[in-house]
Design a protein around this ligand. Structure first.
Ligand code: HEC
Ligand code: HEC
Ligand code: HEC
Length: 438
């Protein structure tokens, strides 16, 4: 009997399929790794609820889990990511749409491992890599508090992510690459540096914005090295620069959004507005002490403005124009020497966003203006007026170029290697204009 001849490529195809299958199984197994489930808290329900109310403030949960104009805690807030839009879930105890059928164990798995009740992987816009550091007692406390909220019948909105980012497999791959299972902590540290670290790393999720991210959005939750936030383009500076901050100033600023030389703006103003102004004085103090104790570091080179050489005639002209614009429009608040008015108008001549190689933050404030958050400690913040309507793109470019030449940092002695990185162009301003103000 004659068998038909098999094509020569068939074994290769089978080998390839087999390899793909093995890779799939390995990735899936890695993504599913988890730490053993710790026993539930032994605290009473009323004690848990009391703690939970404060803990959800520390974690800023409501801000992300409330849609603009929507019912509080009912989810549906949209988050733009480079891969599409993600919507937060409903955390009220609604049996169908919220956490009504959840147990404290389910909730722990969501917080600690980023898995929903049915086991599906949650999108990392939910900062579960940070929340993995939360103790079981604190997780149970937040759950107990959420369970006594009025149930809201707001159905979950499906994420609008592009293929292949909308698949569980892509989340599995992401987890395999970036997520390490964390040992479970039973009780939260209540004092000392350990509490400062616990707050920064865990509930406060500072690194969700302040850690550098790669192109797939991966980051190391223990890093505070500074980074550009995806899509919005805001730059969250490194939090390792603590020689720049007096500890007392840092405490004041974290709690109120305003200190002698700096006023909070953009996403940080939101964090202070909806979360940090409600932190206990002791917790702010422990966080500030811990931040101050982190090894100091100057801005990484790619974020430092390069040293300038002798200005070319053309550049000197730009700077001259920028200086005049500054004196006309800005000096009344920020001062002739950029010194600001302590506690009212931020200084520009030192420790300000004018020194970052990334111009985005400063550009945005000039175009769209800004407000420090209104807080208990600073109830009527002063605003920076928007200049998008008053200055042309060329003028905005000129004034920011001058700020960077004048106060951008380094001595103007070095060869003009990277001069073009100091000067901002009108098309650069036009591009920034299209980004949302917030
Ligand atoms: C930066 C925004 C952000 C913050 C802060 C945040 N969440 Fe979320 N959370 C999300 C998003 C987005 C999702 C949806 C993820 C998904 O469905 O893939 C989510 C999902 C969840 C889920 C899973 C819900 C479900 O139905 O599977 C729980 C539980 C949760 N969050 C609890 C919390 C708690 C508690 C806090 C505060 C300690 C918190 N979140 C803070 C954005 C956030
Ligand atoms: C949603 C993103 C986000 C989160 C979360 C966040 N930050 Fe920020 N942070 C920013 C941005 C953007 C800036 C730059 C704007 C400014 O200076 O006000 C900033 C600025 C700062 C600064 C000023 C740094 C400097 O040298 O001028 C400090 C200090 C700071 N954040 C501390 C924290 C701490 C502590 C946490 C966690 C408890 C935290 N941030 C969480 C986005 C964030
Ligand atoms: C009416 C007073 C006022 C005027 C005029 C004004 N600013 Fe501001 N500026 C502020 C305030 C207040 C803030 C803090 C805003 C915040 O915290 O959101 C600020 C913040 C800034 C920052 C960020 C500072 C930092 O710490 O990083 C820059 C850069 C800046 N202004 C540039 C300018 C330029 C350039 C002009 C002129 C074109 C100008 N400002 C005009 C009040 C003013």
């Amino acid at each position: 009997m004659n068998w038909p001849r098999l094509p020569r490529w068939l074994p290769w195809l089978m080998l390839l399929l087999w390899l793909a299958y093995v890779a799939w199984v390995l990735i899936w197994a890695r993504a599913q790794r988890s730490a053993p489930l710790p026993p539930p808290s032994t605290l009473s329900q009323s004690e848990l609820r009391k703690r939970g109310e404060y803990l959800v403030k520390l974690g800023n949960c409501a801000a992300c889990h409330t849609a603009r104009g929507g019912a509080p805690w009912a989810g549906g807030r949209a988050f733009e990511t480079p891969f599409g839009t993600v919507y937060s879930g409903n955390l009220t105890p609604h049996p169908e749409h919220g956490l009504g059928r959840w147990t404290a164990d389910d909730f722990w798995r969501a917080m600690h491992e980023g898995k929903s009740r049915d086991g599906h992987f949650l999108n990392p816009v939910f900062p579960y890599q940070n929340f993995a550091a939360i103790a079981r007692d604190d997780s149970d406390a937040m759950f107990a508090w959420l369970q006594q909220l009025p149930a809201q019948a707001a159905p979950r909105r499906a994420h609008a992510l592009r293929w292949p980012f909308n698949t569980q497999f892509s989340l599995a791959l992401w987890r395999a690459l970036y997520v390490e299972p964390q040992a479970a902590l039973q009780e939260a540290p209540q004092d000392g540096m350990a509490r400062g670290a616990y707050l920064a790393r865990g509930l406060g999720h500072c690194s969700a914005c302040h850690a550098p991210r790669d192109r797939l959005g991966g980051f190391n939750p223990a890093s505070l090295g500074g980074g550009k936030m995806p899509v919005s383009g805001w730059y969250a500076p490194p939090l390792l620069l603590q020689e720049r901050w007096e500890e007392a100033d840092l405490r004041l600023w974290l709690a109120s959004g305003q200190a002698a030389r700096h006023a909070a703006y953009g996403p940080m103003a939101e964090v202070i507005f909806s979360s940090m102004q409600y932190w206990k004085v002791e917790d702010i103090a422990l966080l500030a002490a811990w931040l101050k104790a982190q090894p100091g570091q100057t801005l990484p080179p790619h974020l430092q403005l390069p040293k300038l050489g002798q200005l070319q005639p053309e550049e000197a002209q730009i700077a001259q124009r920028g200086k005049q614009l500054y004196q006309k429009h800005c000096a009344e608040c920020h001062g002739e020497q950029g010194q600001g008015v302590p506690g009212v108008y931020p200084a520009l001549n030192r420790d300000s966003s004018v020194q970052y190689a990334l111009p985005e933050n400063a550009l945005r404030l000039i175009l769209h203006g800004g407000f420090a958050p209104a807080t208990g400690g600073n109830p009527r913040p002063y605003g920076m007026p928007p200049f998008a309507m008053h200055l042309s793109e060329q003028e905005v470019a000129d004034v920011l170029s001058w700020l960077r030449v004048e106060w951008g940092g380094a001595a103007k002695a070095d060869p003009a290697a990277a001069q073009n990185k100091v000067f901002i162009s009108a098309p650069g301003v036009a591009q920034m204009r299209s980004l949302p103000a917030e």
